[in-house]
Design a binder for this molecule. Sequence first.
Ligand code: ADP
Ligand code: ZN
Ligand code: ZN
Length: 814
Amino acid sequence: MRYAEVSVNSPVAQHRAFSYAIPSGLSVEVGQAVWVPFGERLLQGVVLELTPYPSVEETREISGVIEPSLQLSPHQVLLARWISEHYLSFLFDAVALMLPPGFERKAVTYISSPSSPPQHDISLLSPEQRALLEFVQGRGKVSLRSLEREFGKKKTQAIVSQLAGRNLVVRSYELEPVKVKPKRETYLRLVVPAGQAEQEAVRLRQGGAAKQAVLLEFLAQQSQPVSWVEARKSVGVGKAVADALVGKGLVAWEQVEVTREPISYQGITPSSPLPLTPAQESALRSIKARLSRAAEGGVPPDIFLLHGVTGSGKTEIYLQALAETVRRGKRGIVLVPEIALTSQTIERFAARFPHRVAVLHSKLSLGERFDEWQRIRDREFDVVIGPRSAIFAPQPDLGLIVLDEEHEWTYKQQDKSPRYHARDVAIKLAELTGAVVVLGSATPDVETFYRAQRGDYHLLQLPERVTPDVGSPLPRVEIVDLRDELKSGNRSLFSRPLAEAMAKALAGGEQVILFINRRGAASFVQCRDCGFVFRCRRCEIPLTYHFDSERLVCHQCNYRTSVPQVCPRCRSRRIKFLGLGTQKLERETSHTFPQARLLRWDSDATRGRYSHGEILDRFRAHEADILIGTQMVAKGLDLPLITLVGVVNADTSLNLPDFRAGERTFQLLSQVAGRAGRGTLGGQVIIQTYSPEHYTLQAAAGHDYALFYDQEIAYRRLLNNPPFAQLASLVYSHTNGFICQREAERMKSVLGAERDARGIADLSLIGPAPAFIHRLRGRFRWQLILRGSELSAFLSSIPIPQGWAVDIDPLGLV
Ligand code: ADP
Ligand code: ZN
Ligand code: ZN
């Protein structure tokens, strides 16, 4: 194999790999990180394939391997290729997902003398050449930069080229070292022999210094210096005692460099597997049976959907399945939503696998992440736990991948390419490695559940909580019809039942959460008398009100109409834009409940003074009575004093112009309804709405996933939405609205022509239309939607200019 196909770190490379010759003497393998010449520059690349022949006639040579040597596994190389093909991302962007952090550092060039220098008459060299050569030989290896300091920049480059041409010096390239601050800890070291220390201890005790004696004896028994934190814990003495011994010249303080341990094991007691309930037992048995199959990869993987409410014991099953994986000599990756990556979660895993758990999260410094990456690759951990990007951890011997809360939409990378979904990547990785996948959720994604029903995945059900009635029954959920409120003259944001429940809770010193969904709140139009929502006749999604044109627009197909004067269903004239923000809610709340202390938690608030954690801590410390917030508050509902959650208007979430709006609303409300009132005081949830009969709300109120799923899947089938068809969203953005629209229309005709030329029958093009977020940071956005199958393959042959963002299998269309 004399040639390598290399993915190069340059946007110019786009979807391509490039052929390079492998110079003799250089050993290169698949996955190897290398330096390659690219135009005038030297760039990083990763070898994807070794071949006997290049794919082009003229090739250049690989300049060298990147030091310290770094290699992706063959599985990761295949995974990167798949991501690039499926999500239509640039090849190197897909490769980069799997590289250690800080890979895109600069190259440092080194000059050294070759191991076997050629016979060469030194006297033929010019004095300058000879001086530089001797400088290099004297030191063995010098960075180009220090040569330049010595001999001048221009001259150095010329002379190095001349000498390299005669093989008198060689160049090599290394990544700039990552700047990692070593972590130090204070240790106590005995400075006298152990025997002498013990005699001293006896003397100290006789002299009444018992504490000093105990510490000294403890140190005398250790073979090595001990960290002060540990010594203090074992012996139970303060720092003054240690200082006294230091003063007597018996022990000394010492600063020791330690490896960073991202998990502090202080206070974590190792835990043993719990005896399982019959439902858990049967689920675990099924998973174990598949773990024992000697899967080699290349066959469809075993995928389990573990469906069970919060508290049904899913995590215990993950832990025991991981233990089985480890017993079989394999390792695991556990993905959790970033927001769930709390110390509680980490501790549960760390307690079961002490010192064998790696945690990857965004708060680690670059150096820490780099360390973890290398330690994972060096087989130091049985379990890697982290958010969606942890699926790219270099965990060897992969036997099990767990995705907890598999329905969470943070598993999809939306803001930048590759727009991958960690669930789909996990399944692909399992196919490549032979690993087993376990997806867990209380409210599974409709598509996942559909596949489980169809038999593509193994469905495991945990219908009940492990401890069904210990203090935490499911809360009561009441749906309040806002139309009735209006009819009886109540125009406030609070229905009478909600206002009464709030007053009662506050009087009892309990806490209340008010929950609103602000996104898209003012965009749809609704009749306040009968709840009718204006929808697109073609797409069935709510129409969006555009303030500039004063028209209703379908942001999927661009259907436009004027705002009607009367409701087509009940002839009422009370047609309203529903606008409601946290600020307005805050004002009205403080007006209605002047004594209550308010706290606001939304993305605006957290951007400023307090972090999520701080807001939650303040609420936990009962520094406020009412917490007002958007989506995020659903995560903080396990507080004991919260007895009431009010969903101020469920319709704002329900009527987002998106086929997944119902599913999102259900998941959100289920989370609220399943969590509120976990404390001993019990709990109540009140959902206010203009469409109380909606199946999403009924199902969430009744804690009834089946009711929701049956309706939802019927609609998906009717409207040919996923999982019955595949979608792709193409969004073009431009500062000029007219150019933006024209490019979107041009693209549509290109796609249409290609479809017709290839005779593809099941592909529809929807739009173009202004995107739901019509303008973003000064740029107009137009969206084109494709519905069909095998869309990646179809789109891969079409040139897509800059300015387009392609999203295959988009999470939603807003
Ligand atoms: P989930 O992940 O579904 O929310 P967990 O695994 O966290 O459920 O279980 C909920 C609680 O029940 C935890 O406190 C856990 O320690 C406990 N638990 C789980 N399984 C058992 C069991 N078999 N016996 C006793 N307690 C259990
Ligand atoms: Zn009406
Ligand atoms: Zn439409």
